[in-house]
Design a protein. Structure first.
Length: 160
């Protein structure tokens, strides 16, 4: 009986060792992916920073390293209140910025790492004449989406 128990123990020990080896291999692959992601993000940030560092202050924009967001923060340059039509100054900024931005992202160095480019429109928290907070929220969401759409349409029409 003890030989049977010893044999079962050895089998379970082998199964446990095989499982540990597999988990260790998976952990190594996960670490490699995480390190590669971090290195790629840092390199892309540095390249974008180098390309746009002189322009960001005059555009009233910031490049955020954590998620590689480029945020335009001067609403008076972008849109008129309540409007989704791009102001001429913002069109000029986009015409200068977007082709250079896409050139960097689509370079062979980063193309494989880019899943999407997001354009998000934001509005103020106020909506004059709204019947309720929900109504104000829905109007702001509609305006935000319209601003996103008009920005996307503009940059898609830029010459390559």
């Amino acid at each position: 009986m003890s030989d049977l128990m010893t044999g079962l123990m050895v089998m379970f020990l082998l199964i446990a060792v095989c499982y540990m080896i597999r988990v260790e291999g998976d952990a190594g692959r996960i670490k490699t992916v995480a390190v590669t992601y971090s290195e790629t993000r840092d390199a892309l940030y540095e390249e974008l920073r180098k390309e746009f560092s002189a322009d960001l202050p005059k555009w009233h924009a910031q490049l955020i390293k954590a998620d590689l967001t480029l945020r335009f923060s001067e609403p008076d340059i972008l849109f008129s209140p309540g409007s989704s039509e791009l102001k001429p100054a913002f069109k000029g900024i986009l015409s200068d910025f977007f082709p250079r931005y896409v050139r960097i992202l689509m370079s062979s160095k980063y193309r494989h790492a880019i899943a999407e480019i997001r354009i998000e429109g934001h509005t103020s928290s106020d909506w004059t004449g709204a019947a309720s907070p929900d109504d104000a929220y829905l109007h702001n969401m509609e305006l935000s989406q319209a601003r996103t759409r008009s920005t996307l349409l503009y940059v898609l029409m830029l010459p390559q």
